[in-house]
Design a protein. Sequence first.
Length: 214
Amino acid sequence: MISEHITARLSGSWLQDVQRRRKWVLRALAVAAVVGFLFTDSMWRPGGFTHEAIEYFGIGLLLVCVLGRAWCTLYIGGRKKAELVQVGPYSVSRNPLYVFSIIGAAGVGAAAGSVISTLLLAVACYAVFAVVVSREEQFLSERFGRAYAEYCARVPRFWPRLSEWRDVATVEASPRLVLASVRDGALFFLAIPFVEAIEHLHMNGILPVQLLLP
């Protein structure tokens, strides 16, 4: 039984199952965020300096998310299970793709003009990825052995260690996967018109506000 379990991990099917569960959990998180936006609002007046500053900060975070995810995909697209990538963004963080996704989640929260919603979505997204990464590390450790252990000792799981930066002259990239990454990241921007519509409903008393967030 144990050998069959390890074989399943090394074949990649186990990892694919973990990633499928990650997607479902993130979708549930997105639904929870939508419900939260419906019944909460920023305590900062729309159009005011603080509210608008937080919103523009969120737009900046969303741009960083989309560009960062595409950058990471250039280096690792389609090679995660077959090769231990340790250059480019993967030389300073073992999971930079997830880091940029967390930044995107924070950007979605900031679109509501609230610091609290920004932090809540970032922390919730981080918690999901922390669980996923712990499972993925089991697969990578069994697949790459000592090389992965040395990589873990040198490079942080999430927060970048810029002093470890290393790169290569060229990378073999998949345009399809890069475009898919840009497309998926761009979905974060749908939060902007959605939140603006919710703010309009709140301001006109059509949708009652249950809680004001700073």
